[in-house]
Design a protein around this ligand. Structure first.
Ligand code: ADP
Length: 447
């Protein structure tokens, strides 16, 4: 097992990882920017190293500084959290070259899944169902028209190097296609320095369903069930659930088994999430994230398994603590992402939190790095905490969530708490009846 882990992140996830390390008796080092000297993870860690000024590229994305911090403190492993360097293959390779363990998959696996065309090709080869579309990048308009006619309109054009929902264009007819292709290519070129695009069938009312997987790096793969993250705004997840209200037990184990087998065949190591769009009983692979996800606590709530412990175990060579048959799904969990934003306009609302009171009681978990008197720096993303609620079934979970939201107090800044108080009382949400466009439509109506 590791002696000392360096946590290369900030905010709630740095604290989340720190807690797992403490439980496992591992010493912790955190790195931080000058803007985060007062952060909770800095206060609670055994050691901390200031690695640079507030802008992320000079601190949390600064590989040299982070490697130097490992050398100075004698850390033998790095946990990257999510975001920042968590899916940076070069970072994983550099750490390996310094004999420091990256708590995540190999640089090669990160690279494959970071290229959307390569990822889709790999998924297909591994028996994962994919969205019908072009086999790789589109070379010209003629090929695009041929593929689109074959799969049927509407189609979506996506950037191979894409991310964050950028470089995507929908075409409803052949007449739309040329323009969509040109726009997608130039957007992709500008945003990612690579104008390769591919084409796929556009699904009109899908849900976003993702499967949590783990590989032990020695040919074993398991799945921890799925999460439904269909409630999104601008492709950003807002509310996540486990299990999905849309799946039955047969679909759950079918897609879970496919993913677990794929992970085993790939020889993958560590945590991963295989993301699908789901429509009319069918799953369509969209991408794989090779890291821990923001929404992992809903999976922990229904399985009772600490996924960060598992990440650390696997990276240290101790293997997974569970076999597939040990993973049981118990009840229902929902996570609300609480952002320091105006609940209507979503404009960021940094500033000082004058009072912070979190709900408690059975089935409630709050993962947050903030506290009363904490000043939110304006440099980073606006997530200030996650409320995760568990109940024996979805109805009980929703009752408890409503109560927990009433109890939650964040004064001094605007937060998205009022949005969740509205959502929890909405009949479609109560019925679990929503697709990936539901939230945007709801917000547009301004109800
Ligand atoms: P990114 O990596 O940029 O986030 P994804 O491939 O994960 O791109 O897609 C982001 C979102 O775009 C999906 O969650 C979904 O809302 C939408 N999307 C992607 N592909 C399709 C498709 N074939 N049909 C309909 N919507 C899609």
């Amino acid at each position: 097992m590791f002696q000392k882990i360096l946590i290369a992140n900030r905010g709630e996830i740095a604290l989340r990882v720190l807690r797992a390390c403490k439980e496992l008796g591992i010493q912790t080092v955190v790195v931080h920017s000058t803007a985060d000297s007062d952060a909770m993870h800095v206060r609670l860690a055994d050691e901390s190293v200031c690695i640079g000024p507030p802008p992320s590229r000079e601190s949390y994305l600064n590989i040299h500084q982070i490697v130097a911090a490992c050398e100075i403190t004698g850390a033998d492993a790095v946990h990257p959290g999510y975001g920042f360097l968590s899916e940076n293959a070069k970072f994983a390779d550099i750490l390996a070259a310094h004999n420091i363990t990256f708590i995540g998959p190999s640089g090669d696996h990160i690279r494959i899944m970071g290229d959307k065309i390569e990822a889709k090709r790999t998924a297909k080869r591994l028996g994962i169902p994919v969205v019908p579309g072009s086999d790789g990048a589109i070379s010209d308009d003629k090929e695009a028209k041929r593929v689109a006619a074959e799969i049927g309109y509407p189609v979506i054009i996506k950037a191979s190097a894409g991310g964050g929902g950028r470089g995507m264009k929908v075409a409803h007819t052949e007449a739309d296609l040329e323009v969509a292709l040109q726009t997608a290519k130039s957007e992709a070129g500008a945003a990612f320095g690579d104008d390769a695009v591919y084409i796929e069938k556009y699904l009109e009312k899908p849900r976003h369903i993702e499967v949590q997987v783990f590989g032990d790096g020695a040919g074993r793969g398991v799945h921890f069930g799925e999460r439904d993250c269909s409630l999104q705004r601008r492709h950003q997840k807002v509310w996540e659930e486990a299990n999905s209200p849309a799946l039955n037990a047969e679909e759950r184990s079918r897609i879970g088994d496919i993913c677990a087998k794929a992970i085993a065949d790939l020889g993958y190591s560590g945590a991963g999430t295989i993301e699908f769009l789901y429509e009319n009983g069918e799953f369509y692979f969209i991408e794989m994230n090779t890291r821990l996800q923001v929404e992992h606590p809903v999976t922990e709530a229904i399985t009772g398994i600490d996924l960060v412990h598992e990440q650390i175990r696997v990276a240290s060579g101790a293997g997974l603590s569970v076999r597939q048959e040990d993973i049981k799904f118990n009840g229902h969990a929902i996570e609300c992402r609480i952002n320091a934003e105006d609940p209507r306009t979503f404009a960021p609302s940094p500033g000082t939190i004058t009072h912070f009171h979190t709900p408690g009681g059975l089935g409630i978990r709050v993962d947050s790095g903030v506290y009363s008197g904490y000043k939110i720096p304006p440099y980073y993303d606006s997530l200030i905490g996650k409320l995760i609620v568990h109940g024996r079934n979805r109805v009980e979970c929703m009752m408890r969530l409503r109560r927990a939201l009433d109890e939650f107090v964040v004064d001094g800044i605007k937060t998205t708490l009022p949005l969740f108080r509205d959502l929890v009382g909405n009949p479609d949400i109560a019925n679990g009846d929503y697709d990936i466009h539901w939230l945007e439509k709801y917000l547009a109506k301004g109800e």
